[in-house]
Write a protein that binds this ligand. Sequence first.
Ligand code: SF4
Length: 260
Amino acid sequence: MTKLKQLLRAAQGDLPITVRHERWMSSNPNPIYSEKALEFAQQALQRNVGGSRKRARLFRASGMARCPRSRMFTYLGMPKRLDIDSQLAGIFSMGEFIHLRWQMAGITEGWLVSPEVPVESPEIMLGGTMDGVLYDNSGFELKSINSHGYRRVMDFGPKEEHLLQVHAYMIMRKEVSDRFSIVYENKDTSEWREFRVTYDQVIAQKAMNEIESLISNYTSNTLPPMLSSCETKEGYIWRGCEFRDICPSASWPESTDGGV
Ligand code: SF4
């Protein structure tokens, strides 16, 4: 999307990041960051901010719409595969730095009031860390995505898993704000677009159904079944799963200390 189109969209609607970020980037092509932003970056790289603190045992909002069996393995602390290759490690690292760049810009310009904000609702076994809180108290979530995915988002709007994720956050902070901004950045071209999401009862119910199903599995000591797509031990979900080595023969662990 061109800069002009971006600004026209922002002028027509409620897009709290777009105009400010666009203006700041245009006047800071070689960004100079504030002390506060530099301090945040240092802490983030030292794994010393909200999202990196010791987490309570909760189902994470960032796992919405993912394989429930894998989410339960994560919750139970089951062992993950260790053989992450350098390419995958590089992809994780690039995503982390794209987040950092946006958060540092937002802190410096002022549209981002707090980066890496933890939210928890232990009564529904749900928690997570938002990418940030904006100046109007709404939430901020950044998604870096390749060109193919970016085109789909431009055509059809935010991905369902991301709508469920931000609704999970909004369920946990419903007293604070019922709005969220999701920014998608095309990591191949650096194009970006902000989508404003307002709390939707139907999507929120879908998110709650997912959580309730996991709670039901947990309280009955039952692992959710394998995805049918993984039964043949093929496909991108299977290949990308960090639990694939233990998944087919896994059973409920004898000790689940730390749960509810
Ligand atoms: S291997 Fe497939 S079914 Fe098993 S946990 Fe991973 S994604 Fe889920």
